[in-house]
Design a protein around this ligand. Structure first.
Ligand code: AMP
Ligand code: ZN
Length: 114
C-alpha cells in the first residue's frame, strides 16, 4: 500500500516513537494524543480495517490484544485501567485506513464515547 501512512511507519519510511515491535506488529505513540498514554498498535501487514480481517488473521488479532495488555503493564497503566479502541469505517470514526487499535489511559474515560 504505497500511500498508506501506517505502512510507511511500519517500514520506518516516516518517523514514529516506537513503543513495541516484533515480526508482525508495531506499536507507536499517537501523534495527537487523546490521553496521557495513547499508543497505536498495528499489524505490519496492510489490512484496511476490522471489516477486512478474515479467519487467517485470528491469531494476529489475538497477538495484538495480548501485546496491548503487556505494553499497558510496562507503561504502568494496568492497575488504574485503560481502554482499547478500534474505529471501523466512516461511522466508526476511522480516519486512517490501516487496521489499528488505540490503547488509551492515564485519565478517567467516559461512556458513551463521542
Ligand atoms: P482513527 O481515527 O481511529 O483512524 O485513528 C487514527 C489515529 O492516527 C489518530 O489518533 C491520529 O492522531 C493518528 N495518527 C495519524 N498520523 C499519525 C502519525 N504519523 N503518527 C502517529 N499517529 C498518527
Ligand atoms: Zn497500510
Amino acid at each position: 500500500m504505497e500511500d498508506c501512512i501506517f505502512c510507511k511507519i511500519a517500514k520506518k519510511e516516516i518517523p514514529s516513537e516506537i513503543v513495541y515491535e516484533d515480526e508482525k506488529i508495531i506499536a507507536f505513540k499517537d501523534i495527537n494524543p487523546a490521553a496521557p498514554t495513547h499508543v497505536l498498535f498495528i499489524p505490519k501487514e496492510h489490512i484496511d480495517s476490522l471489516n477486512s480481517v478474515d479467519v487467517n488473521h485470528k491469531e494476529l488479532i489475538g497477538d495484538i490484544i495480548f501485546r496491548i495488555k503487556e505494553v499497558a503493564k510496562e507503561l504502568k497503566i494496568s492497575e488504574d485501567g485503560y481502554r482499547i479502541v478500534n474505529n471501523c469505517g466512516s461511522l466508526g470514526g476511522q480516519t486512517v485506513n490501516h487496521l489499528h487499535f488505540h490503547l488509551v489511559g492515564g485519565r478517567q474515560m467516559q461512556w458513551p464515547p463521542g
